[in-house]
Design a protein around this ligand. Structure first.
Ligand code: MG
Ligand code: MG
Length: 269
């Protein structure tokens, strides 16, 4: 069942979303060649606890860490380890928080040092497809419209859209109804309703959409070994339009990037 949130609940969810946004901003400043994902995971856990929140992924379904860190051909659910990041890597960092009874869930794919133009484009198009999906999260549209918007942009660029994992409703549970696929057909699926809060999270592969599982029981990777990128925002449906609860502004501040991407997005709705 879809859990509709009132204004007060959405404000509490914004707090949880801001914690994960700030955590990824802190991580952004630390990502460089030579740093281990396990080190970054410890920093994130401490940071989230310092903000009077709980690192939601830690122990969830038995996951051993606070961040999912998935480099290169790993799609999602990578487990932090002591292998140093290398120049030219990309790494998807997915972060969860729990505060005041509500979850935040947020992801960004970072470039480590100098990344090849082909991989840079994959990262850029994946982020663009996230915003295409968010723009389709409005009154009058259906779940299929959102998935279509993401899929069309990714496939027009020759990329594969992961089918195995999807976005989701977000609230008092990390994964609520409905499922939000990153693929779909226009006019199909459930209608969006005022007060819905969802996590939209395209996972886009440079090659085939097909995936494999690592024997660790968690990590999902591309079947052809080509890179994959992943971005995730928490979004509420307010006054018929999508309202971003999470923000990449802390990441851009940390990286010294001037971006009006979120403001421009709001103005174009
Ligand atoms: Mg996530
Ligand atoms: Mg999620």
């Amino acid at each position: 069942m879809i859990q509709i949130k009132n204004r007060e609940e959405i404000e509490l969810m914004r707090e949880s979303a801001l914690i994960v946004s700030k955590t990824l901003g802190m991580i952004a400043a630390e990502i460089k060649p030579g740093v281990t994902t396990l080190h970054l995971d410890k920093l994130a856990e401490e940071f989230i606890r310092d903000h009077d929140a709980y690192p939601a992924f830690l122990g969830m379904y038995g996951f051993p860490n606070s961040l999912c860190m998935s480099p290169n051909a790993q799609v999602v659910h990578g487990i932090p380890n002591d292998k140093p990041l290398e120049n030219g890597d990309i790494i998807s960092v997915d972060c969860g928080s729990y505060k005041n009874g509500f979850y935040g869930d947020h992801a960004y794919t970072f470039e480590v040092g100098e990344v090849s133009p082909e991989v840079k484009k994959l990262v850029q198009v994946t982020k663009e497809s996230l915003y295409k999906g968010i723009a389709a999260f409005k009154l009058g549209n259906r779940i299929g419209d959102l998935g279509y918007a993401i899929q069309e942009h990714a496939e027009n660029n020759g990329y594969g859209v992961v089918r195995e994992l999807v976005g989701h409703g977000l609230g008092k549970k990390m994964h609520e109804d409905p499922e939000i696929p990153n693929y779909g057909r226009r006019g199909r699926g459930k209608k969006f309703k005022e007060g819905m809060v969802i996590a939209i999270e395209p996972m886009i592969n440079m090659g085939t959409y097909q995936t494999n599982h690592l024997s660790d029981g968690w990590t999902i990777l591309t079947k052809d070994g080509l890179p994959s990128a992943h971005f995730e925002h928490d979004v509420a449906l307010v006054n018929g339009k999508p309202e971003l609860l999470s923000t990449y502004k802390y990441i851009y501040e940390a990286l010294g990037i001037t971006s009006d991407e979120e403001d421009a997005f709001r103005q174009n709705l």
